[in-house]
Write a protein that binds this ligand. Structure first.
Ligand SMILES: C[S@@+](CC[C@H](N)C(=O)[O-])C[C@H]1O[C@@H](n2cnc3c(N)ncnc32)[C@H](O)[C@@H]1O
Length: 253
């Protein structure tokens, strides 16, 4: 990593940089194909479906929901940072873009039953809320009880950016799990064995956690692991991130 300002607090998180460098550019989208392939695999191999899905710590990107859109009726996006929720709201209004390359890749995986444009507009119409959230709280969505329980919760690379200890990670998993209905599914994506990542001019701190640490956190939260996938770090990831691999877990409450 270049000489960067070290930071723990995410206030300066820049959604534009995040999208350009980590999602939208051809190189970035190509690098992320493995992520959307895992979501496709989890939803199709395990026949996942439900009425309401919550994405926890969505950031500015909806790549976690391209497949999910076909399997649920309502989608709720959420994030801790107002600038990420604003980016998502602008996307919904057509003022910001998501990765057409990644949506197109999922359409290929599904056998091209619709165009990328159709999927994106289906997704926009299924998004029923963009909610402030804090995974460090025992009630991450606050007291808004109408949003309290979901059939499926997805959280991608969020918790490791919110806390800096393994115990803190486990507490957040428990908090996020409280948002799931009994028998509901959690898809958790995590960066393993690293403690920092670059966004713009900043090097942010992350918790260094192992696969075993995450599995133990899930067990403590009363979740049963159903499937796992692991992707190794690519050269592109290594430009900006300090992790050695990426873990995807499907678990049931
Ligand atoms: C590395 S980004 C991941 C964004 C996206 N989910 C993805 O997979 O690319 C981490 C996200 O977690 C969010 N986040 C950080 N702390 C949080 C907290 N305490 N509660 C909820 N979200 C948080 C950040 O605002 C950011 O959008």
């Amino acid at each position: 990593m270049a000489q960067l300002k070290e930071e723990k607090d995410l206030t300066s998180f820049d959604p534009e940089w995040y999208m350009q460098e980590l999602v939208l550019s051809d190189e970035a989208a190509n690098n992320m194909k493995g992520d959307v392939e895992v979501f496709h695999k989890f939803f199709t191999d395990h026949n996942l479906s439900g009425k309401r899905l919550l994405d926890v710590g969505t950031g500015p990107t909806i790549h976690t929901l391209i497949t999910a859109c076909n399997h649920v009726d309502e989608i709720y996006l959420s994030d801790f940072l107002p600038q990420n929720l604003q980016y998502l709201e602008k996307w919904r209004k057509g003022e910001k873009r998501q990765s057409e390359q990644l949506i197109d890749h999922v359409m290929d995986l599904e056998g091209r039953q619709m165009t990328a444009g159709q999927r994106e507009s289906d997704l926009k119409s299924k998004v029923k809320g963009m909610l402030p959230i804090d995974v460090t709280l025992s009630k991450p969505l606050g007291d808004a009880s109408s949003y309290s329980q979901f059939d499926i919760v997805v959280s991608s690379y969020c918790i490791e950016t919110a806390v800096f200890t393994v115990d803190g990670y486990a507490k957040c998993v428990e908090n996020v799990s409280s948002l799931l209905k009994k028998d509901g599914f959690l898809i958790l994506c995590a960066c393993l064995n690293g403690n920092s990542y670059q966004i713009g001019d900043y090097k942010y701190k992350a918790v260094s956690i192992t696969k075993e640490g995450i599995q133990s956190a899930l067990r403590q939260a009363g979740l049963v692991v159903i499937a796992t996938e692991e992707l190794a770090e690519t050269d592109y990831d290594a430009k900006y991130l300090s992790f050695d691999s990426y873990l995807y877990i499907l678990a049931r409450k």
